[in-house]
Design a binder for this molecule. Structure first.
Ligand SMILES: [Zn+2]
Length: 103
């Protein structure tokens, strides 16, 4: 059961991008890392390859650890730690601020 999923809105709570909000684009569950839209932008020097004709500098999002973000509750809009609730035998995520249960 994961606390953060693709498509969630999260708020960054540490690092250079502290305070920034964005949508989770990729989750790497094994490493407990995620990629958040427009957060932790890194610069990569790209050489031309067969697939990429234009060499140069590209910017893209780097991964950040899940512990560096809080989920923004879709119900109350408050950044929150995620709790879990049992609903008919199914483990669901729950907002610790307003108590809303969501997937
Ligand atoms: Zn809430």
């Amino acid at each position: 059961m994961r606390k953060v999923r693709k498509g969630d809105r999260v708020k960054v709570i540490s690092g250079n991008d502290r305070g920034r909000m964005g949508k989770v684009m990729v989750v790497y569950p094994d490493r407990e890392r995620i990629i958040v839209e427009n957060v932790h932008m890194i610069t990569k020097h790209q050489r031309a390859t067969q697939n990429l004709r234009e060499p140069g500098i590209i910017k893209r999002e780097g991964t950040i650890h899940i512990s560096n973000v809080l989920l923004v509750c879709p119900e109350c809009g408050v950044p929150t730690r995620v709790g879990f609730a049992d609903v008919d035998g199914e483990k669901m995520r729950q907002c610790k601020q307003c108590g809303e249960i969501f997937r």
